[in-house]
Ligand binder design. Structure first.
Ligand code: 26M
Length: 831
């Protein structure tokens, strides 16, 4: 009998896919024929779901028998995007389902387009977690993600008169075929209340009686690996009231209060905080963090106990946790509480176990983004945890005093104060804060940054005091992205060309094989094929621009892209300034000169945090400049600027394969890594960028001369910031400032703060040094134009980018975590 992918993955022999899809539509949705693409999506997804669950069950049966060590990736965010295409490709069912849909008169691509993104993350950090899950499953590593099932994910961005408008992301209303509710997996999570000491059998125990309790309800999201029978899991928690209604209150006729309690519980998992820059000290956010950490740790401990009883000394051999930034750091105190208060271990033993189980990844250098919770807030919401953190801090500072015993007492006191987990708020001496990064470092075995330069900044600056004391704790793990979603599935045309050329598709899980393309970089006939693929992808992006903006763009133009969260440090503003400069130059040119100019279509996309005023002004500047440029008959064939609203994972999957030039122009030393840079590189897109984050490693792998690198280096930044007031700005810069201030793009008053923010004599003080890098940036842009005129050279470089992207597979990153930090080993179920 012929084996389908589904049966080799352990699925029950099933009915043919077209019949199954129709059955799902009939019995789950009450539909009978005449389906829309959205209907076809739901039918297909519910059919594929069953294969996914078969594979999930088989994997977990295997892991239950083997009892390997597990890695648990704790993250407040998982930016998963769509699942249908990824699932059918990863399960090897693409052909079967594409054919089925064709038979029914549908096209897989359009059907897949009907799926809503699961946007449970802000940006880089959340998407990294999603790429990591794909790689963990693909590498057969026993591991789960743990997070929050937000009812509303990242807000939808709309534009109104060129201004950002936020709309709620209602993503669950048509049901979610990619999750399984586990009615048998629920845990209580408490907040507030009081802490008492009691004597039980002569032993003093601590009892925390919360004043508020909610239920964490598990939802499993199966994660299929590629080219393996392994399907792992992302377990997300939904917050529910303890009882459907508080019956006491209800019976007493206090209906309002019962309803209020319910709302209060549901609020915890209601919405993702859309802030990726400055954490607001909102109590609800701390509640979210504790909520998912508490449920996840209880879940892991209950599975451990079912197998190993109370032999907690072997917990570190069976489980480890990766803290994705400081968001889950309360895990340090929670694991201590569970081991000491609930399981009755003594403090020192619990501390040894806790620090062996936990590891922490830092994702940012921006000081204002480092989380600190007021002691007052923590003590009220989590009184027992606050006590535990105080005891940890006492032990830590006492140990430090001994460790620094050789120092003079004054110097020693200074160092201890600087490293105390609990410290004064430097802006408000009345307030004490818990420094979550310090707690994470003290409570972890390993601490890592996300690119080589960033890990050095972590060691030398952000956490230097700690590095001096625990040098071996600090590591680098350069980020990566999954080559499945970000090359093979989003760019099947390029994938087919690569597979043809290399004679194998093994590069999909061994990306170092992409280096084989270097041999073809200057091959004319290969370049022609390479270029044809890029043209086809550009046509798709052009169609999208047409759909959104109603404009036809010149598809021969250089497609120049900057897509990422809007932030001052990412310097979208600098990009806009160079576009205005280009426009002004074009305006001045004679028709002959214009004929020699390289046409460009510039695209900028990204969301501004709702309260990030300056970022919103930057968006408005982009749309205002676009309005002027795109309508000017003198230049409109040579230059366009479009803001693409609602940038998300799915949009990235369309934009990235079409990009020829992408911009990664953060102030050196501010972008921890960047991950979209890796996605562009994989798709043969040239980079203009600063010597920052993973750009540096990308340049090394691609050949530094193939990358348009410009600007000051990270080492110079501190000095340049000190010398701000003496900096002499470029005359071209001064001209542009006058243009914006003078109302060339309207909205004078609205743009004034933007102009001021980069004025070295005003409050903003050009903190991100746009003016310093301006001239070098324009020069690099000229190099881009010159290179684009030489298409053979441009294509050679483009091929060299993909060929050099092998290092940036998240498979490589995850292998490094598994070996150097987690000490987990692959465990693959039999096919
Ligand atoms: C914190 C508190 C309250 C609300 C939100 C937050 C918060 C959420 C996300 C803070 C920061 C968040 O993300 C930071 C982030 O995305 N960092 C990026 O991480 C990527 C993966 O490592 C890197 O590639 C980027 O350079 C880095 O900016």
């Amino acid at each position: 009998a012929e084996k389908t992918a589904a049966t080799t993955r352990g699925g029950a022999a099933s009915v043919p896919a077209p019949v199954d899809i129709a059955n799902k539509l009939r019995y789950l949705f009450g539909r009978n024929g005449d389906y829309t693409n959205a209907d076809a999506y739901h039918g297909t997804a519910w059919s594929v779901r069953e294969k996914l669950i078969d594979s999930f069950n088989k994997t977990h049966e295997h892991w239950r028998k083997e009892d390997p060590k597990f890695i648990y990736y704790l993250s407040a965010e998982f930016l998963m995007g769509r699942s249908l295409t990824n699932t059918v490709y990863n399960l090897g069912l693409q052909g079967e389902y594409a054919d089925a849909l064709n038979q029914m008169g549908y096209e897989m691509e359009k059907v897949a387009d009907a799926e809503r993104d699961a946007a449970l993350g802000n940006g880089g950090l959340g998407r990294l977690a999603a790429c990591f899950l794909d790689s963990m499953a693909t590498l057969d590593l026993p591991g789960w993600g743990y997070g929050i099932r937000y009812k509303y994910g990242m807000f939808k961005q709309a534009l109104k008169n060129g201004y950002q408008i936020e709309q709620p992301d209602i993503w669950l209303t048509s049901g979610n075929p990619w999750e399984v509710r586990r009615d048998d997996v629920k845990f209580e999570v408490g907040f507030g209340g009081r802490v008492e000491r009691r004597k039980v059998n002569g032993k003093e125990v601590t009892v925390w009686t919360p004043s508020e309790k909610v239920i964490a309800q598990a939802y499993d999201n199966p994660i299929p690996g590629f080219d393996t029978p392994t399907t792992s899991n992302l377990r997300l928690w939904d917050a529910m009231p303890l009882t459907e209604f508080d019956l006491g209150a209800f019976n007493a006729g206090d209906y309002d209060r019962a309803m209020l309690d319910r709302e209060r519980a549901e609020a915890i998992s209601a919405v993702l905080y859309p802030n990726d820059s400055t954490p607001e000290g909102k109590e609800l956010r701390l509640k979210q963090q504790y909520f998912f950490v508490c449920a996840s740790l209880q879940d892991v401990l209950s599975r451990f106990k079912a197998v190993h009883g109370t032999a907690f000394e072997s917990l570190p051999d069976k489980a480890c946790f990766q803290l994705n930034d400081t968001h889950p750091t309360i895990a340090v105190a929670e694991l201590m509480r569970l081991l000491v208060d609930v399981e009755g271990l003594d403090w020192d033993q619990a501390w040894t176990i806790t620090t062996k189980c936990l590891n922490y990844t830092n994702h940012t250098v921006m000081p204002e983004a480092l989380e600190k919770w007021p002691v007052k807030v923590m003590a009220k919401m989590l009184p027992r945890h606050m006590e535990i953190i105080e005891v940890i801090n006492e032990g830590w500072t006492r140990w430090l005093a001994g460790h620094l015993g050789d120092l003079k007492s004054e110097e020693r006191a200074k160092r201890i104060a600087a490293m105390s987990i609990i410290h004064e708020n430097p802006w408000n001496k009345e307030e004490m804060l818990v420094n979550m990064a310090y707690l994470a470092v003290v409570g972890s075995s390993a601490v890592n940054g996300v690119a080589a330069i960033h890990s050095n900044i972590v060691k030398d600056e952000i956490l230097n005091d700690f590095y001096q004391i625990f040098p071996s704790k600090f590591q680098n793990k350069t980020n990566g992205v999954t080559p499945r979603r970000w090359l093979a599935w989003c760019n099947p045309e390029l994938a087919a060309l690569i597979t043809d050329t290399l004679g194998t598709s093994e590069w999909i899980n061994d990306t170092e094989k992409l280096a084989g393309l270097r041999a073809y970089a200057s091959d004319k006939s290969f370049q022609a094929k390479w270029s044809a693929v890029k043209k086809a992808k550009k046509a798709k992006l052009a169609a999208l621009i047409k759909k959104i903006h109603g404009d036809d763009v010149n598809q021969e133009a250089l497609f120049d892209i900057q897509i990422k969260r809007i932030h001052e440090y990412k310097r979208q503003y600098l990009n806009v300034l160079s576009i205005i400069w280009r426009y002004k130059q074009l305006k001045k040119m004679s028709p002959e000169e214009r004929r020699k100019a390289v046409p460009r279509v510039c695209v900028i996309g990204g969301k501004a945090a709702s309260a990030y005023d300056m970022a919103k002004r930057i968006i408005r500047l982009v749309t205002a400049v676009g309005d002027v440029i795109n309508r000017d008959p003198d230049t409109k064939d040579l230059l366009r600027l479009y803001f693409l609203p609602d940038y998300n994972v799915s949009l990235a999957e369309t934009i990235i394969p079409a990009a020829e030039l992408s911009q990664h122009i953060s102030t050196a030393g501010t972008e921890a890594s960047g991950t979209s840079n890796m996605k562009f590189q994989m798709n043969g897109c040239l980079i203009i960028g600063t010597w920052d984050g993973a750009n540096i490693e990308i340049a090394e792998e691609t050949g530094v001369d193939n990358v348009f690198v410009f600007g000051v280096r990270a080492e110079e930044i501190n000095q340049l910031r000190k010398e701000r007031k003496n900096f002499k700005t470029d005359p071209r810069w001064d001209e542009l400032m006058r243009d914006i201030e003078g109302g060339m793009f309207g909205d004078k008053d609205y743009f004034k703060p933007l102009v001021d923010s980069v004025n070295n004599m005003k409050v903003g003080n050009d903190w991100f040094l746009l003016a310093n890098d301006f001239a070098a940036y324009l020069e690099a842009q000229e190099e881009v134009d010159a290179c684009y005129k030489d298409q053979a050279e441009w294509l050679r470089r483009s091929i060299m980018y993909t060929a050099g992207s092998g290092k940036f597979s998240s498979d490589r990153t995850i292998r490094e975590y598994a070996e150097d930090i987690w000490h987990v080993k692959p465990s693959r179920p039999s096919a």
